[in-house]
Design a protein around this ligand. Structure first.
Ligand code: OAD
Length: 261
């Protein structure tokens, strides 16, 4: 049965929440975490689906985040991503990112899977991060089906007004997954594998509307994991999780970490 604890964002978790969590983590081997845009919200990064302020409320995804858009106007797409990356480099990881980096030191195995392309988990100290939707901080040649380690390139400094070309003359593009593109195969395989062996699965700050990422918590649950959602709002996952913690990640995660001390 699902236990739902109704917290206002930022509220303190109850003793009962913390006791459940502590108990579940006692003999845990593998904790798998899936994060979405919500974990970076407190760093000042807009999420995708927030009404009015969300990225997809302000920009038309098909004009910017598709291969067709890049083909049609590579300079526009390049400049948009360069601006977005600049903003991401100017913000800081928050308490939620930091708590996850520390949690990795407290459990035998923590696999961190993110849909975010912002690099904030790594900047908070998380070492191995499975980036399901790629990274805005890398580039790869346009025309390849998906980013691969051997063809990734760094951003030029300054980025300039147009996408650069690689040694073979191919236009370089941000290594993020665009609409209509497949996820990086290796990252997806690793995430599915981890979800299958998770003892505890945390879904944090995701609306769980985009698959296959959104299927991971359910897959983990089917395989016997204890599943927890951390989100101030109800989502497509809420009714199917074992524990729902309604609150902001930057408030909830430090409390979960402290409970293990
Ligand atoms: P969404 O924008 O769809 O959802 C963000 C979620 O974060 C919502 O459920 C919010 O309630 C929650 N949230 C907001 N503030 C929060 C906070 N402080 N702490 C915790 N949660 C908070 O973002 P994603 O689910 O990440 O894909 O979106 C998934 C994918 O859709 C993205 O990776 C992107 C987008 O199209 C690609 O670009 C391929």
């Amino acid at each position: 049965m699902t236990q739902t604890f109704d917290h206002t964002p930022g509220a303190e978790l109850s003793a009962a929440d913390l006791a459940t969590w502590r108990e579940r983590l006692r003999a845990v081997r593998t904790v798998v975490v899936l994060t979405g845009a919500g974990i970076s919200a407190e760093s000042g990064v807009p999420t995708f689906r927030q009404a009015q302020t969300g990225l997809w409320a302000r920009y038309r995804a098909e004009n910017l985040a598709t291969p067709e858009a890049f083909e049609h106007d590579p300079d526009l797409v390049w400049r948009w991503y360069a601006g977005r990356r600049e903003k991401l480099l100017s913000v800081q990881p928050n308490a939620g990112h930091r708590a996850l980096a520390e949690l990795a030191e407290r459990v035998p195995e923590l696999v961190l899977v993110t849909q975010n392309v912002d690099g904030l988990h790594q900047r908070a100290g998380s070492r191995e991060v499975i980036e399901l939707h790629g990274s805005i901080h890398r580039l790869h040649p346009f025309g390849l089906a998906q980013p691969g380690a051997d063809d990734s390139a760094d951003w030029p400094q300054p980025p300039g007004e147009q996408p650069p070309r690689d040694a073979r003359g191919r236009l370089l593009r941000p290594s993020v997954v665009w609409f209509g593109e497949s996820l990086p195969e290796r990252a997806l395989a690793e995430a599915i594998q981890a979800a299958g062996r998770a003892d505890v699965f945390l879904a944090i700050g995701t609306s769980a509307l985009v698959h296959p990422a959104a299927s991971l918590p359910l897959l983990a649950r089917e395989q016997g994991a204890w599943t927890v959602e951390v989100n101030p709002q109800e989502t497509a996952l809420s009714a199917r999780m074992d524990q729902v913690l309604r609150g902001a990640a930057g408030q909830v995660l430090p409390q979960l970490l402290a409970a293990l001390a």
